[in-house]
Unconditional design. Sequence first.
Length: 504
Amino acid sequence: MASSWHLLWVLARKDIALLLRDRRSALLLLVMPIIFILVLGMALGETFGQKPDDRLRISLVDLDEGYLDRDAALVEAAVWLRWLPLPFQGIHGSLTGTLATAHVIHQAQFPFEPWSKVVIRDLGETAEIRVELLPDLATAEQLRQNSQRSAIIVFGPQFSKQVYRCSFLTQGINPFYRDGVLLKMIDARVMRDETQQAAAAIIEQVAQVSMLRVILPWMIGRAFEKLGDPSFLSVLAAEAKIPRFLLTDDFKAQMGSGIKIALKKLFAKYNLTGKTWASLTKSDPRLSEGSELLQYQPESSGLLQRGAVRYQVLVPSYTVMFAFFMVLTVGWMFVAERRQGTMRRLFVAPLGKNVILGGKFLPCLVLSVIQGLFLLLMGKLLFGMSWGTSSIWLIPVVVCTSIAATGLALFIAVVARTESQVAIFGTLLVLVMAGISGCLMPRELMPEAMKQISRVTPQAWALDAYAQLLLNPHPNLVMVQTACLVLCAFGLGFALLARLGFRY
């Protein structure tokens, strides 16, 4: 047994020396993947490597400073304070001008937040819409000038104040015109890229619809609230010539309450005093919370675009693909030994097939592991790739991928008889498997049936493991372990086929 291990080590050491002298293999296995990643990293767009998202992106800048109508808020605060227990109701007067009053005012005034937040939430709850928040106007202008955004919505500092002033009453402002909301009247605008007119028009129309859903119910609700106010009843009494002595406080209270009840009965399908679209139309509540507000992430700078998401896909994809190019190296090595008579002498020597194949398997496995670790290291140093939160698991994935690749290489080397057969059959097989598995094109872009077919290749399992470790912030380690086991099974299966087909 010890003699067999010694002979195996002698054969492995001899092949390692041959591989180290083969500059062509070193170029193929180490330099070529870097060149592929380098070229594609500079050529591909910002969305490569990200999950496809068919939703319309609405980019916006929020400069809204909010607004507080102190008089209106004090009235609403007083209404709320009336519901306090009697010992605490006396604090209303003492709160005026204090910090506590400011808090009560803020809590009392609808919508309890800047109006820009209301519009942003409405956009996020719209189907097929995703909302992106840009940090400032300079970023928005740069994106527009570079044609990276077709249109950008800007909420100005006075947006909340102007929306609050929108009203059907004479002292308010009317923001509506034929095509929707006059944005400049409410301190809002749309920055358009004139080279993308169609896309900009779509975004502007989406913004218009959202503005209507926010502003129109607010105006209707405020208007119908006035129907029960004493000031409205005084005007109504003057127009109807109702004697003044009848306009007691009790009469006004009963009349105001009666008008509101009558409106509710007459327009039972709507809540005309509601200040939101859902309240006005009595819509069913949304089952989902809408899309998450995305913070703008600037594209990486520099020619290489270091740190871009694309490298989280490109580096593992070409690491896996070029690991299987070990087929060519091992195949050429077998053919050379047949031609030089080395294989004849190995068969004459008291060596079994297991020792001979093991002597070929080990050095190629070591070389493949070195190649995988080298490419991941270069991905980190050269391209700014992240190793994820469970980077230690990258080592077993590299090793298991190398086992599968080396097993396949042994099988092809046993089957092929000439260098031409190795070059043609080996290259074709590796490229076809790379295309099916997703090394050349992300599987997210493939039809569902093709995604299932891809799992017949070891490359697909390796890519699944890398995707969990490099793209998922909370990787599924069970899936990574399963992929490693499947890769080892592929490698041992290919090695067994090579053992069965190994002939002089």
